[in-house]
Design a binder for this molecule. Structure first.
Ligand code: C2G
Length: 159
């Protein structure tokens, strides 16, 4: 009889899946034999005050496509962690250290760990980068349009 499988659980929105997410999931997977992820539903994100770009179905599919993730289930509220840990026989609850201390109350039923976040990237940063690139493009199109207008006006004045 081999040693029992060590199960790790984490929770999150995982919008605009990026390297900060993947690096965390890779480290979490390395803590045990199986990693399951509670992915915040669109309704729960509203309660969290998060407006996501990707709907739950896409965020779930991206997580399931990640080599470090063994399974994904919906995170619908703040209260379900304790019953999830029992239901999925979780050995370790782990999450980024932006949550440091928030989930210590789970220590009576599993190990609780907070891992360093990846600095310099977040779903908000990704959104800001896209918006600023798009704005620059809009500005150059507007400038080009003004030049065309000027040339047209000068042509009509000559006639
Ligand atoms: N993360 C990270 N580095 C980043 C961005 C995120 O390590 N640059 C980690 C977070 O610390 C978190 C996970 O990736 O552990 C998912 O991040 P979010 O989607 O922002 O998760 P959050 O909204 O904090 O949800 O009940 C717990 C909540 O659902 C956690």
């Amino acid at each position: 009889m081999g040693k029992p499988l060590k199960t790790v659980v984490t929770y999150g929105t995982f919008d605009l899946f990026h390297v900060g997410h993947v690096r965390l999931l890779k480290r979490l997977r390395g803590l045990g034999d199986r990693l399951i992820v509670g992915c915040s539903t669109d309704e729960f994100n509203e309660k969290k005050g998060k407006r996501t770009v990707m709907p739950y179905a896409q965020r779930e599919e991206l997580l399931l496509g990640c080599r470090y993730v063994d399974d994904v289930f919906p995170e619908k509220n703040w209260e379900q962690k304790r019953s999830d840990i029992t239901k999925y026989k979780v050995d370790i609850f782990a999450i980024g250290d932006d949550w440091s201390g928030h989930f210590d109350s789970l220590q009576d039923i599993c190990e609780v760990m907070y891992l360093p976040r990846t600095s310099g990237i977040s779903s908000t940063d990704v959104k800001k980068l896209v918006v600023s690139r798009f704005k620059n493009e809009l500005v150059s199109i507007a400038t080009e349009l003004q030049n065309v207008e000027k040339r047209l006006r000068s042509l009509t004045e000559i006639e």
